[in-house]
Design a protein around this ligand. Structure first.
Ligand SMILES: NC(=O)c1ccc[n+]([C@@H]2O[C@H](COP(=O)([O-])OP(=O)(O)OC[C@H]3O[C@@H](n4cnc5c(N)ncnc54)[C@H](O)[C@@H]3O)[C@@H](O)[C@H]2O)c1
Length: 363
């Protein structure tokens, strides 16, 4: 079998590399999309100092999990007031990066509902305009800086849309662990677990290959060792750097495979039970590991590189790890009965991500 790995993002990594922003965007006008705390943290001012008058517009009220209810106004104001800028720069967690991915895709009418109608078809489309995206993550989790996907939520209708076009790959990712120093403990844990989930989901995946496996195994080893230490020592630059790199590696791994069953389950748990994304896509990992085991010799070998060859011990290791971070691992812990959980798993296996799961054909 020949493996193909493709990721077009120009990726910069290292403590302080946000500094490169000025040269990366030379002579271009920039819109900044960032999270509400960024101004108080001095981040908006820092970017202003780096870009000067080239920073022409700022969106700084991005809420967790970009929702159509807020995105509609943000999108239409952006295209009316800053429609001629060259670059959209996302500095934030996955919510800021995914918001920026939605903003860069311009519709003929400048109306957000035109974009939503295109997304609702589930079919690829060619946008009327598309701007260049640069992503600087401030959480170590989503990997959205090296993937083309954005999740757009419609919580009022219990729906989610997936945006994915050739032009929604960021042109440049600036992964500067220094930006992550201020992330609180709860978000550090939930985003770190999102990255763990990306890495595992890329392994028990019909699209996996030896290249994605290399990134995934390395990310899992780092996260299992590092995340509990980082939670106790949030200001430690070395641990922040290792988690930033682990999340980047996990992002690279699933940028070529997409996610699988744990994520498919997570969408239901977020939309119907309000679980934060990182917890929703990780509390089932021990269960999904059990469902993945024994379907494909190559996938088993990769999983065993991390966990050894005893499934019970492997699941216990993952459960103990999650419990050590105060994450509960049973559906009943979240108010979902065993019958409801079985139905949710069956439904999740039918979803686009569920079908990527190596166990889906046997289920
Ligand atoms: N596109 C993808 O490939 C992909 C993958 C996974 C998740 N996602 C999406 O990403 C979103 C979640 O992103 P997230 O987990 O990074 O969380 P987030 O972006 O929602 O941020 C979580 C919280 O942390 C705050 N925050 C972020 N950076 C901070 C910093 N440096 N200091 C202090 N506070 C900070 C934010 O304001 C927010 O309140 C969801 O919408 C999810 O669907 C996308």
């Amino acid at each position: 079998m020949t493996a193909r790995f493709h990721n077009p993002v120009d990726t910069r990594f290292g403590w302080g590399c946000l500094q490169d922003l000025a040269s990366i965007t030379a002579q271009q006008t920039v819109t900044l999309v960032t999270f509400p705390e960024a101004r108080a943290l001095g981040l908006v001012e820092r970017i202003q100092a780096l870009l000067g008058e080239r920073l022409v517009y700022v969106v700084e009220d991005v809420q967790p999990n970009p929702d159509v209810a807020q995105l509609r106004g943000t999108y239409e104001r952006f295209w009316q007031q800053a429609g001629s800028c060259d670059v959209v720069l996302a500095v934030g967690g996955g919510s800021a990066i995914d918001t920026a991915k939605a903003l860069i895709v311009g519709t003929e009418s400048g109306q957000f509902d035109e974009l939503l109608a295109l997304l609702a078809t589930g079919q690829p489309f060619v946008p009327a305009h598309c701007k260049t995206l640069i992503a600087a993550p401030t959480t170590a989790g989503t990997g959205s800086e090296v993937t083309p996907w954005a999740t757009i939520w419609d919580s009022a209708s219990h729906k989610k849309y997936s945006l994915h076009l050739d032009c929604t790959w960021p042109k440049v990712a600036i992964v500067d662990p220094q930006l992550m120093l201020t992330v609180p403990a709860g978000v550090t844990v939930s985003t770190g677990l999102d990255a763990l989930s990306h890495a595992l989901e890329s392994i028990w995946n019909i699209n996996a290959n030896p290249v994605s496996d290399t990134f995934a195994v390395s990310a899992i080893e780092d996260i299992l060792e590092c995340l509990p230490q980082l939670r106790r020592d949030l200001g430690n630059p070395e641990l922040r750097s290792r988690m930033a790199l682990a999340a980047l590696k996990a992002g690279l791994a699933f940028s070529n495979t997409k996610t699988a069953l744990a994520h498919s389950i997570s969408y239901e748990m977020t939309l119907h039970h309000g679980l934060p994304h990182g917890i929703a896509c990780s509390f089932t990992l021990p269960l999904v590991l059990g469902l993945a085991w024994g379907h494909d010799a190559a996938r088993d070998r990769t999983l065993q590189r991390v966990f050894g060859d005893d499934l019970d011990k492997a699941q216990a290791q993952l459960r103990t790890f999650l419990h050590s971070l105060d994450v509960k691992t049973e559906f009943t812990d979240y108010g979902v009965t065993p019958t409801e959980a079985a139905a949710m798993i069956r439904f999740a296996l039918q979803g686009a991500r569920g079908k990527n799961f190596i166990g889906s054909r046997a289920a």
